[in-house]
Design a binder for this molecule. Structure first.
Ligand code: KIV
Length: 260
């Protein structure tokens, strides 16, 4: 098995797995230093392209951003989201996973579960491409946001889904907005690591959207911790620049390109 994947697996029950998203070289250079996994998430649809959901972002856009991210990655495991509609059948999934894997030189792909597409995971793995699963709130398949695993029926369904994904061969699984109890049981039952987003500290690792923790996206649900308010920092800088251009403070004294 691939070394970087093995290193992630070894962390289970030993140390927490740190993950964040990146959509460009500059951000990837920083996430790479501090994260075990850098994900090129299809969340870029909302975050970068202002789309209302992740449904219409296409394969080429994901590949383009992944090529950019790859340039910033030295050590972390780079995972790329397969966009909605790119893995409807096993053969289409294999073809598109190969496209992503070979064009971007990523380490793995992530696919969202619809509680039926286990064969698709198997088919991608058969092509020797590692797969990360994703259950709970899966924005590609679920219309309305809802925390999952609130009652025993939902809990059983989630656990069975997670086990099927592990059996299909995934090396890890994202648990998005599942109850702490469900996260605790799933993390205990599975041998592969669970990566939580809004799913409690019972998960083996955590992931958030980088633009959210930086205060750039304007999307701050309760599970997001905003570590800095970059929006207001950027606004201040741009406001100052605008003022200085108008008052000719800038570019005074910066004509060194042309001599005195
Ligand atoms: O698209 C994304 O960024 C994701 C993470 C939030 C898990 O799927």
């Amino acid at each position: 098995m691939f070394k970087k994947i093995k290193d992630i697996l070894k962390k289970k029950n030993k140390s927490k797995i740190v993950c964040l998203t990146a959509y460009s070289t500059n951000i990837a250079k920083i996430t790479d230093k501090y994260c075990d996994i850098t994900l090129v998430g299809d969340s870029l649809a909302n975050v970068l392209y202002g789309m209302k959901d992740t449904h219409r972002v296409d394969l080429q856009t994901i590949i383009q951003h992944s090529i950019s991210v790859r340039k910033g990655i030295k050590k972390s495991l780079m995972v790329v989201d397969m966009p909605k509609g790119s893995y409807k059948t096993p053969s289409q999934a294999k073809k598109n996973a190969k496209k992503i894997y070979y064009k971007t030189n990523c380490d793995a792909v992530k696919i969202e579960s619809n509680n039926k597409n286990f064969k698709i995971i198997k088919e991608i793995i058969k092509a020797k491409i590692p797969v990360m699963g994703h259950i709970g709130y899966t924005p590609q398949f679920k219309k309305k946001f809802k925390v999952e695993g609130k009652n025993s029926k939902e809990m059983k369904k989630l656990i069975a889904e997670a086990i099927s994904i592990e059996k299909a061969g995934a090396f890890s699984i994202v648990l998005e907005c599942v109850t702490p109890n469900a996260a605790k049981i799933i993390s205990k039952v599975l041998k592969i690591p669970t990566i939580g987003i809004g799913s409690s500290s019972f998960c083996d690792g955590q992931i958030l959207v980088t633009d959210d923790i930086l205060g750039l996206s304007g999307f701050y649900p309760r599970f997001v911790k905003k570590y800095v308010d970059l929006n207001s920092i950027i606004e201040k800088a741009i406001k100052k620049y605008s003022k200085e251009v108008k008052s000719t403070i800038f570019p005074k004294g910066r004509n060194f390109l042309y001599g005195k």
